[in-house]
Design a protein around this ligand. Structure first.
Ligand code: NI
Length: 136
């Protein structure tokens, strides 16, 4: 029997989507307003999901205090009120799309969570646009 526990988090961040190998015109066609060289912001809503067996001694899949602290130190403190392109090393050469942000978040959290637990990331970039990544 496996249960998924979920923790929500939030960060505000600025980004610009562009491919440095392309012309400005092609970037504008593919990324539209998101290619604006002056950047723009999003209110990112994050859900971190951890799936596993219930531990018989605690009744927990994972201690939510530990998960909350992990998200705060590994994600919120690194991303909140940052310019992702300029200030987060992972995005120096990686386009900070919602897809890539979700993968970066998964990669940051995966080593910190027990090997017997499955990790899945859901990231909302807008109220209607969201991505999921579970390491596949
Ligand atoms: Ni954007």
């Amino acid at each position: 029997m496996k249960v998924t526990v979920n923790r929500k988090a939030h960060f505000n961040a600025a980004h610009r989507l562009y491919n440095a190998d392309w012309t400005d015109a092609r970037n504008a066609i593919v990324f539209g307003k998101c290619a604006n060289p002056h950047y723009h912001g999003h209110n990112y809503e994050l859900t971190v999901s951890v799936k596993g067996e219930i531990h018989p001694e605690t009744g927990f899949v994972m201690d939510m205090k530990i998960l909350k602290n992990l998200i705060e130190t590994e994600i919120e403190e690194q991303f909140d009120h940052k310019n992702l392109n300029e200030e987060v090393p992972e995005f120096k050469t990686l386009n900070p799309t919602a897809e890539n942000i979700a993968v970066v978040i998964w990669n940051k959290l995966r080593p910190k969570i027990g090997k017997n637990l499955d990790l899945s990331i859901t990231l909302f970039e807008t109220q209607r646009n969201f991505v999921t990544y579970d390491g596949e």
